[in-house]
Design a binder for this molecule. Sequence first.
Ligand code: CA
Length: 297
Amino acid sequence: MMSSVVKTSVQNKNYATMMKDMKKFTITGKITWRILGAVVWFFLIFTKADAQSYDSLALYLSQNEDIPYYLAQAIAIYPHDPRAFTEGLVYENGFLYESTGLHGESSLRKVNLSTGEIIHLVEIEDQYFGEGLTIVGSTLIQLTWKSRVALLYHKDTLELEKTLYYPYEGWGVTYDGSHLIVSDGSNLLRFLNPVDFSLIRELPVSSGGKLIDQLNELEYINGKIYANVWHTDIIAIIDSQDGEVVGWIDVSQLEEKRNTREDVPNGIAYDAENNRLFVTGKRWSHVYEIQLPELIK
Ligand SMILES: [Ca+2]
């Protein structure tokens, strides 16, 4: 008898659990399908957007051959951490300073250019996605992607000294000696006061009337702004006064193995003292010194 009661009780429990599980399954199933649907939708939209951006730029370049187009050749090759999802790159006195992205993997690094040795690595809070990086005096300024926050470090110690509200999506940043120049993935570059980030002027970037979108990592060199165009192998060389593209650098000939479609070129740094130009990319194994375009020097 006792055994039967226990059995009934167990059976009831099983039934209740089963009903609960079924209900849970139905809800989980609905949510899963909705999430899957959204993922597919976003994938299609973004794939299409990327394809449009790259195809339209490639088509435009093939039809407008009057602007100088340089195929980058490596004149020196240095090691680069293949785990570094490079979002910002700047050079000073034998060292690269690098910002890497992705939530949970973002960092600020000081790297020996010649050996690739990471001299100092600062891990960034998981909530932040590291983006552009530049040097202003003794301060390293690192942008974050969507957090509306810029992180300011002392250049020598890499100690975080300050965080500043930053009113835009952070992509690339460089410094022309007076102003920060920042990108946000659009065709617009903004010139900001480096102390309080107030807006000085906006510069739409175009080539013969066509706006050039997806501007990413930046480097200011002698009156020109060099900009990686996201998801392409193209660096646009932009006149910092009028926003016109005055040249293109194609880095597709650099023999870098890429494992995913996100392992794109994204990192430009300039050694002003020795007139050297360095490029790398997300999860690339090398930093390449490439020739500075003759006409642009
Ligand atoms: Ca740079």
